[in-house]
Design a protein around this ligand. Structure first.
Ligand code: PMP
Length: 398
């Protein structure tokens, strides 16, 4: 096979394809069309007027609905606006400026602050740290989550380590789900910093692609059991359940952390968008309603993951490795010369997330990981894009 000739033919096609961000496709968004006709009533079952100010923590009915899905008791769940990323960013800012429970000082007064960043990971977590002056230390991922020997050592030895980013289910971008033992060790390990926190971004809690969903151990319960009740901050959202631009987001934690978070939030807002919360309660109804809705997503998304796997198997066996996630939004492709592959793909009209984005400071020391986001393009475009990407990999491999 002549890679150079194939690449020239690819460039000639003048493609314009985008595999950069994990956006739901228009057909996935259509699944929530009926939600936009809701709510049928502005009044909640509990008698609250959804149109008014107040109820900072969010509607009890919506917190009850998502409590089992996020493994957070409803009383310890807060509902936010459309973006969990906002909550994550604000939580870090709050921790810098307002002492978290158990802290000796505000983080901004604590000297150097370090977060552990399992890699490959989610670029926007890393951007939050970079912009807020938090040092990042990469920790390798294996097929059970972060390498816990490394995590335990760093957290026990170094009191500047105040946090770790975790995407525990169908991780972005590898698709790995944390094993029970990984969750237990994160909850139980000794920490040099009394205010060490696990940032538990459960963005893909209900985003299964197979009939055998990953089940996570209950991080809040385990933290409490091991005497570290305040250790975990849990985040989630319906961005890829209902509407990416008009969903609801969640913060969950121990009672002390929730009180701290609400105290800070009370200065930012008099109350959330409860009409949208009502809309979500009426549309999703209960945990089974969410599961049924997610099965419709899986019908649209699973064939896309299958196309990627099929094309990569046909074109790149022996030349590259990639993950075959059972849920979530991403596939991670490991190739030699990732940055050059991404540049060649770009020149051929196939946009990919910059190589390195999956690592702190945008630097992948092995120059290997490429994140593939297959959900947005239709099947034919996706097949074209992955076939083109495979040509670029073969070209760079020489
Ligand atoms: N966390 C992870 C791990 C994600 O992959 C994404 C979306 N790509 C987000 C958070 C963003 O979530 P939200 O829309 O709730 O801000």
């Amino acid at each position: 096979m002549n890679a150079q000739r194939d690449y020239e033919a690819l460039v000639q096609q003048g493609l314009k394809l985008d595999l950069t961000r994990g956006k739901p496709s228009p057909r996935q968004l259509d699944l929530a069309d009926d939600m936009l006709k809701l709510p049928a009533s502005y009044t909640t079952a509990g008698g609250l007027d959804g149109r008014n100010y107040g109820d900072l923590q969010g509607l009890p009915e919506l917190r009850e609905l998502f409590a089992p899905l996020l493994q957070v008791p409803a009383a310890q769940l807060v509902v936010g606006g459309n973006s969990s990323l906002t909550i994550m960013h604000d939580t870090v800012v709050h921790a810098l400026l307002s002492k978290v429970p158990g802290a000796e000082t505000r983080w901004v007064e604590a000297g150097e602050i370090t977060f552990l960043c399992p890699v490959p990971g989610y670029d926007r977590h890393f951007t939050i740290c970079r912009d807020l002056g938090i040092k990042m230390v990469a920790v390798p991922m294996n097929d059970e989550g972060p390498d816990m020997d490394v995590v335990e050592r760093l957290v026990a030895e170094d009191s500047s380590v105040k946090g770790i980013w975790c995407v525990p289910k169908y991780s972005n971008p590898s698709g790995v789900s944390y094993s029970d033992e990984t969750v237990r060790r994160l909850a139980a390990m000794p920490a040099a910093a009394p205010d060490f926190r696990v940032f538990w971004d459960n963005a893909y809690a209900v985003h299964h692609l197979t009939g055998t969903p990953a089940v996570l151990a209950d991080v809040l319960a385990l933290c409490e059991e091991h005497g570290n009740a305040d250790r975990a901050f849990v985040f989630g959202s319906t961005s890829k359940v209902t509407l990416a631009g008009s969903g609801v987001s969640f913060f969950g934690s121990s009672p002390a952390n929730v009180a701290w978070y609400l105290r800070n939030l009370s200065k930012q807002s008099i109350g959330p968008d409860k009409i949208n919360q009502l809309r979500h309660v009426e549309f999703l109804r209960d945990a089974e309603g969410v599961a049924a809705h997610m099965r419709k997503h899986a019908e649209l998304v699973a064939p896309k993951f299958e196309v990627v796997d099929r094309v990569l198997t046909k074109e790149l066996s022996g030349l590259a490795t990639w993950t075959s996630p059972q849920g979530g939004y991403f596939i991670s492709l490991e190739v030699p010369g990732a940055a050059e592959v991404v540049a060649k793909a770009k020149a051929a009209g196939i946009a990919l997330t910059p190589a390195g984005a999956t690592h702190p400071y945008g630097v992948d020391p092995d120059d290997r990981t490429i994140r593939i986001a297959p959900t947005y393009p239709d099947l034919a475009e996706l097949e074209q894009a992955i076939t083109g990407l495979a040509i670029c990999v073969r070209l760079v491999a020489g």
